[in-house]
Design a binder for this molecule. Structure first.
Ligand code: ADP
Length: 590
């Protein structure tokens, strides 16, 4: 029964019961029929034997007895044997009585002698057939003179019974067959919904259970279907939720800037996110069973993993993974009961952060330095005035104008810092307008001409003819011109020249401010546009070091570029380009 289906297990006991019932009905019917026919046969034979015995009472000397036996056999249709009281066979209908053995001890003869004719069934050794025997006493004047025995062959009786049994077996078999077919049809119909439920469970797509559409049933199976559907919907919802969670988690892992590596108790990497792959320049695949050392190729990390595993506590170290990534913090933590034996390694690239930190420190130290110089000279001037110089009108006048200059200097520094911070924050909008190159350049050049003349420098501008109009924030671009011309004046000796020019090149207008000044050392050329950067401080007594940085931001906000070419002692040329095509109207965040 083990390997059978539920349908078979249910149907087979009923079929066995039915087969047993049919068999017992067949046996009972057959036995009853057998008994019934045999009893009738026996009764009939007893009556016929008694009648035969009575008919022989008229023949007290039992003469012509063979003829008598044959006559009786003809009338009754049985075999007739006439036996003397001592057992000698004297008459026989079916053969000669001569030579037949003594019949006294035959049970039917004995029962006749005792006055009780009873039927006996046995195989006749003479006739080789089954016979039913009945014998009755023959009387003459109240004395028994012999016995008449009638025997009827059971051949036709046996054939009838055999036939009857055959019909019974056939009927029972056909009934059983019909019952089997009916049962198969009925049970498969009844159990079809169960099959559908198991199919729905086993043929689930991507883990989701199918629901069953049949809602017409209101019996126990209907109840099972509706509870299956409710269960399936609940499970599907949970699967969906889990899938969403998993997608969210993978998206987080995938997009995390920090590297994540999961290592099992055997040191095999079971998960790695793209940031970690990038950090260790590996295209690791989890199914390859790579060990941690194969993936990261750094013993320090393997040591950290082992320490985390042994101590069960969070551990961290700082390492260098490549030339550029020299400040990577590794944090190892044991995942504990969630994933026993697994260690999560988190890699935080702090290189940029540390660089920004350095920039910030530099900025503060620069700013302090820039502020300290004017403040120190203000302090010295104030103290000198307090110590009596205030009483000397000549000296005090000079000191006050020096103090005024220092205050201007301080104000300039603060203004430029604020300006740069505003521009760097990306919040200052550009107010762009279409203007001619002439309109853009003439004004700042004219503004600076007085200053140049005072310094004994010749300032000139040469603009190409037919230059297109460009769309710029005029005030800001003019501020760049002022910054660059101002620097050129500062670093050019009297008698020198400054030339401002504009020309069309590669869909841009290129502006140049070339001076014949002291020039910039090649080592400083790269850093000149950094905040607060100044070449040899002794050469640039005045200035904050912010002018070029501000100019660079303004030009880049217009989609352009700024660069410098310089030869020490010969002069410098600052060039910037503005594209002719339209650009965004806002400073982009650096
Ligand atoms: P500053 O306010 O000090 O001029 P800038 O950012 O405008 O600040 O300039 C930074 C430094 O670049 C200057 O201190 C100077 O050393 C150098 N520099 C700028 N322009 C010139 C130039 N035309 N010739 C020589 N050196 C220059």
């Amino acid at each position: 029964m083990k390997g059978l289906s539920y349908v078979q297990k249910t149907a087979i006991p009923y079929l066995i019961l039915l087969a047993l019932s049919l068999a017992s009905i067949a046996i009972t019917t057959s036995t009853f029929f057998d008994q019934f026919v045999l009893t009738n046969l026996e009764k009939e034979l007893i009556s016929e034997t008694i009648l035969a015995a009575e008919s022989l009472e008229n023949n007290p000397f039992l003469t012509e007895i063979d003829a008598e036996a044959k006559h009786l056999a003809e009338i009754t249709g049985n075999r007739v044997t006439i036996i003397m009281a001592d057992g000698t066979v004297i008459g026989e209908s079916d053969r000669s009585a001569l030579g037949m053995d003594n019949h006294l001890l035959r049970p039917e003869v004995q029962s006749a002698i005792h006055g009780k004719p009873e039927p006996f069934i046995r195989l006749s050794l003479t006739m080789h057939q089954r016979y039913i025997y009945v014998a009755a006493p023959i009387y003459s004047k109240q004395a028994m003179i012999g016995v008449v025995r009638l025997a009827r062959s059971l051949e036709s009786y046996d054939a009838t019974i055999e036939k009857f049994r055959g019909v019974l077996i056939l009927t029972a078999s056909i009934s059983l067959l019909i019952a089997i077919i009916f049962m198969i049809l009925q049970t498969s119909k009844r159990f079809n919904p169960l099959r559908k439920i198991s199919e729905a469970i086993f043929t689930s797509s991507e883990g989701e259970l199918k629901t069953i559409a049949d809602k017409s049933r209101h019996d126990e199976i209907g109840l099972l279907i509706s509870s299956h559907n409710a269960q399936a919907e609940r499970i599907n919802l949970q699967i969906q939720n889990l899938r969403n969670e998993r997608t969210k988690l993978s998206a987080i892992l995938f997009n995390m800037t920090d590297g994540v590596i999961l290592v099992n108790g055997q040191g095999v990497v079971t998960m790695i996110n793209p940031s970690a792959q990038k950090l260790f320049q590996t295209n690791f695949q989890a199914e390859k069973d790579n060990t941690l050392i194969e993936v990261v190729r750094q013993h320090q990390i393997v040591d950290l993993w082992q320490l985390t595993l042994q101590s069960g506590k969070t551990q961290n170290i700082t390492i260098q993974t490549s030339m550029e990534k020299d400040n990577v913090q590794v944090i190892g933590s044991l995942l504990g009961p969630i994933l026993p034996g697994e260690v999560l390694l988190l890699f935080q690239d702090l290189t940029l952060l540390r660089k920004l930190e350095t920039v910030r420190k530099d900025f503060i130290s620069n700013i302090s330095h820039e502020l300290r110089t004017p403040l120190a000279s203000l302090k010295a001037l104030t103290e000198t005035l307090q110590n009596g110089a205030i009483n000397d009108p000549k000296v005090s006048g000079r000191f006050l104008s020096q103090m005024d200059e220092e205050i201007d200097n301080l104000a300039q520094i603060v203004t430029e810092i604020l300006e740069l911070s505003k521009i760097e924050s990306g919040k200052v909008p550009l107010t762009k307008k279409l203007c001619t190159i002439d309109e853009l350049v003439t004004r700042p050049v004219e503004r600076m001409r007085m200053q140049a003349e005072r310094a004994g420098i010749n300032l000139d501008s040469v603009l190409d003819k037919n230059l297109p109009k460009i769309e710029v924030d005029i005030v800001r671009i003019q501020q760049v011109f002022v910054n660059l011309i101002h620097n050129a004046i500062k670093f050019t000796s009297p008698g020198g020249t400054i030339k401002v020019s504009a020309a069309l090149k590669n869909q841009t207008v290129q502006f140049s401010i070339a001076d014949s000044g002291i020039g910039i050392p090649p080592t400083d050329l790269k850093r000149i546009f950094e905040r607060f950067y100044k070449t040899d401080p002794s050469r640039s007594s005045s200035g904050t070091g912010l002018g070029l940085s501000i100019s660079k931001h303004i030009i880049e906000a217009h989609g352009g570029e700024i660069w410098v070419e310089s030869t020490l002692g010969m002069g410098s040329t600052f060039t910037f380009s503005i594209p002719i095509v339209k650009t965004e109207n806002i400073f982009r965040k650096p």
